[in-house]
Ligand binder design. Structure first.
Ligand code: MN
Length: 505
């Protein structure tokens, strides 16, 4: 498609000239990098302007080429995108000009997004750039490797996730995690392989049974097995006390069918063959995940007593899950964002509406308008709130968090010694739900101790975990009925001696 176009060729020539004589850390000519970025963008079916901007993305920063040159040869759009990527690089170094507007924001992802929110394609080029840098990370010294890998886990993987680019997210996570914690990576890799080997026969039997039933019903399908990525297994194990037996989706069988109705039909067929596990049927078609992911999930116990997760989705859902925004571009076959800004597209998919908000905020920023921090309603973080310490450090917490969640997030000692909280300058009850943008101050007293009554005043898993271990330490006969893994489900009734219980107001 775009590959052979004269404009793309022209861009390749220009970039090759501009980077002439420069080498990458790998020892290769520098041009190999922009060309690799180009390839990635082409794989993602990005429009030609984006591909060209990808080829030229490092020229303004690292060569004699200017934005004017680029605009003269390739037009405003390409120049705009290259400028965006360049600014983003600068923004990430100093983030100076943004600090003027957002003095309190310490959150990189937020800044990153605002810095570039004018056109989502800038972020996509940056993702492609980061992806290639990760693929060639081996050439850098170890301390740099770790730093870049960690940043990729913290900033770029969530970004890919928000753009629904599942496949990219997984690649970023897997590659980065290998550098951040190579031993753990290897350990989990082995563990997964062992599990796979052990379950293989039974899985095959389950797959055969389903396939036979589908054929009998004349349902067209594609089936593949998917093994949980190492990094998500690592994250999940942390949630489940490192108990791998409680993780049922290490291996899943995925069925891709033609339409939504067939998805439900297949679910029914699977449930008629095997016993579904209680509470493990998830309808992400009717209720998509926050990033727009759609699929039916069910975990069943097969006749061989093997626990298997099935995922059922349409081809289009599968494409979105794997390629996300890139798939959106593909399906729409137009420059989604600029077309949107110019009013040529009336409808963004509902799950991508945050892009619009981001663009509006960014437009204000570039117009020199100051933005009220609280008006930056980033739906991007719909499951999170950002609150501030009195010093202006930004802390992200799950929605529904209360002052004690905040306190424990700062430090477990601050949590333990909490005697009260001031939110936006006012004393509040510890049961107050924190809101986006609140400034929270925790009052502490040295000898103050946590008490079991606090369990009702905490909603995050993290704080609950910390509190429980403190309670166990100071109250030897402290017992709790529900396991801490259900922390978010039900605020537990605590059965405990209440001799030390103090009411905190
Ligand atoms: Mn680059």
């Amino acid at each position: 498609m775009t590959k052979a176009s004269p404009r793309v060729k022209q861009a390749i020539d220009l970039a090759t000239q501009a980077h002439d004589g420069q080498l990458r850390k790998t020892g290769e000519p520098y041009i190999t990098h922009p060309l690799a970025v180009m390839k990635i963008l082409q794989e993602w079916n990005m429009d030609e302007d984006t591909v060209i901007a990808g080829i030229l993305h490092d020229t303004v920063e690292d060569t004699a080429l200017t934005l004017k040159d680029i605009e003269a040869q390739f037009g405003k759009d390409v120049a705009f995108l290259v400028n965006g990527v360049t600014k983003l690089g600068k923004a990430r170094k100093g983030m100076k000009d943004l600090d003027e507007y957002l003095p309190q924001t310490g959150d990189n992802l937020l800044k990153l997004l605002i810095a570039t929110g004018q056109d989502i394609r800038v972020l996509i080029i940056k993702l492609a750039d980061r992806l290639h840098n990760l693929r060639t990370l081996g050439a850098l010294p170890p301390d740099k490797q770790k730093k870049i890998a960690r940043e990729s886990l913290e900033v770029f993987a969530p970004l890919a996730d928000r753009l629904q680019m599942g496949r990219v997210r997984v690649e970023i996570e897997e590659t980065s995690f290998k550098y951040v914690d190579p031993r753990r990576y290897e350990e989990l890799e082995k563990l997964t392989a062992e599990r796979l080997k052990k379950a293989n026969k039974k899985l095959q039997a389950a797959q055969n049974a389903v396939e036979q039933a589908l054929k009998h019903e004349h349902i067209k399908y594609k089936c593949d097995g998917r093994v949980k990525s190492i990094y998500s297994l690592h994250k999940k194990l942390a949630k489940y006390d490192q108990n791998i037996d409680r993780i049922y989706d290490i291996i899943a069988l995925r069925f891709i069918v033609e339409d939504t109705t067939t998805c439900y039909l297949v679910l029914g067929i699977i449930h008629s063959l095997f016993h579904p596990m209680d509470g493990r049927v998830k309808d992400y078609i009717a209720m998509p995940k926050q990033n727009g992911y759609q699929s039916l999930h069910t975990t069943v116990i097969t006749n061989d007593k093997q626990i298997v997760e099935f995922q059922i989705r349409t081809r289009e859902m599968h494409d979105y899950a794997e390629r996300g925004l890139a798939a959106t571009f593909f399906y729409n076959e137009q420059k989604l964002t600029s077309a949107y800004t110019e009013g040529r597209v009336s409808k963004l998919p509902a799950n991508l509406l945050w892009i619009k908000e981001l663009q509006e905020s960014a437009a204000k920023l570039t117009a020199g308008e100051k933005i009220d921090q609280k008006k930056l309603k980033l739906n991007l973080f719909a499951d999170k709130i950002f609150v501030y310490t009195p010093k202006g450090d930004i802390i992200d917490l799950p929605k529904g968090s209360m002052p004690l969640d905040f306190a424990y997030r700062l430090h477990s000692e601050i949590g333990a010694q909490c005697t009260g909280a001031i939110v936006n300058g006012k004393m509040v009850d510890l049961k107050t739900k924190l809101q986006q943008g609140d400034v929270v101050e925790i009052l502490t007293t040295k000898n103050s101790k946590p008490n079991p009554g606090w369990l009702d005043k905490i909603s995050s898993r993290h704080a609950r975990h910390k509190l429980l271990s403190q309670l166990h330490a100071i109250l030897p006969d402290f017992k709790i009925t529900t396991s801490s893994a259900n922390a978010n489900k039900s605020p537990d009734k605590t059965k405990t001696s209440t001799k030390r219980r103090k009411r905190k107001k």
